[in-house]
Design a protein around this ligand. Structure first.
Ligand code: GLC
Length: 718
């Protein structure tokens, strides 16, 4: 009885608070001038020339690229002093995978297949960011990407919408916490709405063009999951979607986002994306662009100040002031929810106790350990820490900058550890020697020869190769996925010494390492593992921790094989190596180099006993698929058990497999666990002519260690 009473009280309190906030918004709105309203819809960049004058007139809604409690408090003081109605600033920053304690890049966190770790990373980042005066992060980036030439594949959860949706919701929970007004919460921002990852040719900022079905089934699910997780804001994308720029796309911003998904927050444009509508040729002037963006549903304009020109449109009657009011209500509501009217300033003593705390560093190391993907291992790993000589070759082994990866917010290289130092700290007797061999893009003959000579005298070689951190992230599309510079030649020279070689890849994307896959006995995809990443690498390389990550993206054999991903549609002529007239490249073996979901361990896992709770279900019903997984090796490990669904006959062609479930489980040596997967409508539906449908017929379930293998069983949907 008591519990019910308290629940009712909570609901009443929330209802009252909601109503009070609404009243407050209306009070403010009715007192605001048109210029003040447009000021709230304008986001400046810290240091922008027009900023000081705008602050003095109370015409700044938000500032981005600020950080540090003292400087944000000073900016807040100026904003409140200039604002006639004392409306506080929203301070924003790109806190993508950490603020000062930098976590692995989001693509690496996706490789953990563990939303709880994504939430932990976001929670940690939010605590450090809010203590530093930041109220709003431009994260999570939830763009699905199936073309690794696109550098921003590094910032998201990879190629799969089911994994991407789970990660999106987890990041939102982590960043926003219990209440946006809490001292360790920041408003999240799901970006870039929408289909930015479908840029043609993997060229950043290119057009995205696709069927409604692909838009709905592949690119929108992570945004929908973020909205269902109550994300406070979205960011509109730079690209066009089926010919209409995302930043003026009423179908996406209003029909889908607000009318269908009931999104209540606000939308900010990407950087200067409003003015860029002129380049997209849907507006002749920034003024026309501003009208198009605002009326489509972009509430706040980032950096290009186009919204400042809208006063004229309202006065001339080409824009209703009610459209401005709708956007201002959303922004004011967010500021109230973030508690900024009551507490516009940050406690400047808080940061010292949270930033780079032991707890945060340990969290970053824990996430990094689980993000590494062991692609191949023929008895080279783990390395012996007590004996012998290990030759570490490659400039990335001594880099503190690159290990942080792109979009590393306020992360500082001096607070990270180079891989070489971490290996030396972890070794207990083994001798660790180092040579650069070659840079990422530069190469000097003498360094090359010296590295090979050093390697010849070692017992084992660790080649640390890949990309610099600038080679992925924004404006970092690459036409080739090969190892940059002369790293491939260096690798071949190291293998030619005849010593065992382990290749450690640092990159923000899959690289086409077909030669290495054939000639190098051990390969680890390490991504960019962050501030504690080097120590985490030493943990797994010396075997103090086990590998458990799985690929969130397919690794192609060559750049020419792109796009290649696990959830492809079937062909009328399925690939057949014996038959020329089938779906394949004449100059390549079939299939990718490494499949989505692939990843090895120091132990082995055996799957058995796949069963369904019933042979059939209705679209409204449920089924449970269960499987046994046994650790048949000699050491403990964690396995990511994956469930793929195939709709074998439907009114439209359906993907050959779709990820519809995953569980990370820990197993001691010899231990067996039963893993259950619920099958509901969610696992069966596809986008039909008018919306989501489930069609009766036979479905196939496959449960296994990757998208390429597993136990199978079929069932009927009636
Ligand atoms: C950039 C990015 C976006 C980022 C914004 C602010 O151009 O596209 O992801 O949040 O500008 O830095």
């Amino acid at each position: 009885m008591k519990r019910t009473a308290s629940a009712i009280a909570l609901v009443l309190l929330a209802t009252v608070a909601h109503a009070q906030a609404g009243d407050r918004v209306e009070e403010l709105l009715s007192a605001m001038t048109l210029e003040e309203k447009l000021g709230q819809l304008t986001q400046y960049v810290g240091g922008q020339p027009e900023l000081d004058a705008a602050l003095k007139k109370g015409l700044v809604g938000s500032i981005l690229n600020l950080g540090g409690a003292a400087s944000t408090n000073e900016m807040q003081r100026q904003a409140l002093a200039g604002s006639r109605l004392k409306i506080p600033l929203l301070v924003a920053n790109d806190v993508i995978h950490g603020y000062r304690t930098i976590f692995p890049i989001p693509l690496a966190i996706a490789a953990t297949f563990d939303p709880a770790l994504a939430e932990l990373a976001a929670r940690t980042a939010a605590r450090e960011a809010r203590a530093s005066g930041i109220h709003w992060t431009f994260a999570p980036m939830v763009d699905i990407a199936r073309d690794p030439r696109w550098g921003r594949i590094a910032e998201g959860a990879g190629e799969d919408p089911f994994l991407g949706a789970a990660m999106a919701a987890a990041y939102v929970r982590g960043f926003q916490g219990r209440k946006l007004s809490d001292p360790d919460a920041v408003m999240a921002c799901a970006k870039h709405f929408a289909a930015y990852g479908a840029a043609e040719g993997g060229r950043d900022y290119s057009a995205a063009d696709m069927s409604e079905r692909v838009l709905r089934e592949v690119y929108l699910p992570p945004f929908r999951a973020a909205v269902q997780a109550n994300v406070a804001t979205l960011m509109s994308a730079f690209n066009t979607v089926n010919g209409v720029p995302a930043t003026a796309n009423r179908y996406l911003l209003d029909d889908v986002l607000r009318k269908e998904w009931k999104f209540r927050g606000f939308v900010v444009s990407d950087y200067a994306a409003v003015a860029e509508l002129v380049n997209h040729r849907i507006a002749a002037t920034p003024h026309e662009a501003a009208i198009a963006a605002l009326t489509a549903g972009v509430d706040m304009d980032m950096q290009d100040l186009s919204y400042g020109t809208l006063a004229e449109a309202v006065k001339k009657g080409t824009l209703q002031e009610s459209a401005v009011d709708t956007a201002v209500r959303r922004v004011l509501r967010a500021k109230i929810d973030a508690g900024l009217f009551e507490n516009p300033f940050t406690d400047e003593t808080r940061a010292a106790s949270v930033i780079l705390s032991r707890e945060h560093r340990e969290a970053a190391r824990r996430v990094a350990q689980r993000s590494f993907v062991l692609l191949k291992n023929e008895n080279v790993l783990p390395l012996k820490k007590n004996e012998g000589t290990i030759a570490v070759i490659g400039s990335l082994a001594e880099s503190k900058e690159d290990i942080l990866g792109p979009w590393s917010s306020e992360g500082k290289a001096e607070e990270a550890t180079p891989i070489l130092d971490a290996l030396r700290a972890a070794a207990k007797g083994a001798k660790i020697v180092y040579a650069r061999g070659t840079g990422i893009a530069d190469a000097k003959e003498d360094e090359f020869a010296a590295a090979v000579a050093l390697a010849k005298d070692a017992d084992v070689i660790l080649a640390v190769l890949g990309e610099s951190r600038e080679m992925s992230g924004e404006a970092a599309s690459r036409s080739s996925l090969e190892l940059p510079g002369r790293q491939q030649q260096l690798l071949e020279a190291l293998v030619a010494t005849g010593k065992p070689v382990a290749l450690l890849l640092l990159s923000g994307r899959p690289l086409t390492i077909a030669w290495a896959a054939e000639h190098v006995p051990a390969i680890v995809q390490a991504w960019f593992p962050g501030t504690e990443g080097a120590h985490a690498l030493a943990d797994v390389l010396f075997g103090d921790a086990n590998f458990s990550g799985k690929l969130p993206v397919t690794i192609p054999r060559t750049t020419g094989q792109v796009p290649i991903y696990h959830a492809e549609l079937p062909s009328g002529r399925p690939a057949n190596v014996e038959n020329r007239w089938t779906n394949k490249y004449a100059d390549l073996p079939l299939g990718p180099l490494y499949a989505f979901g692939h990843g090895l361990s120091y132990t082995k896992f055996e799957y058995s006993g796949l069963k369904l709770s019933a042979p059939a279900m209705t679209a409204a019903g449920t089924l449970t698929a269960s499987v046994s997984v046994r650790n048949t090796g000699a050491r403990a490990g964690e396995e990511i058990v994956q469930l793929y669904m195939s709709d074998l006959v439907a009114s439209v062609s359906r993907p050959v497999r779709e990820l519809k479930g995953f569980h990370r489980i820990a197993l001691a040596a010899g231990e067996t666990k039963r893993v259950d997967f619920p099958i509901t409508r969610e696992q069966l539906e596809f986008w039909g002519e008018q919306g989501w449908v489930v069609e009766p017929g036979t479905f196939r379930v496959r449960v296994g260690p990757s998208s390429a293998s597993g136990l199978e069983v079929t069932f009927e949907v009636r």
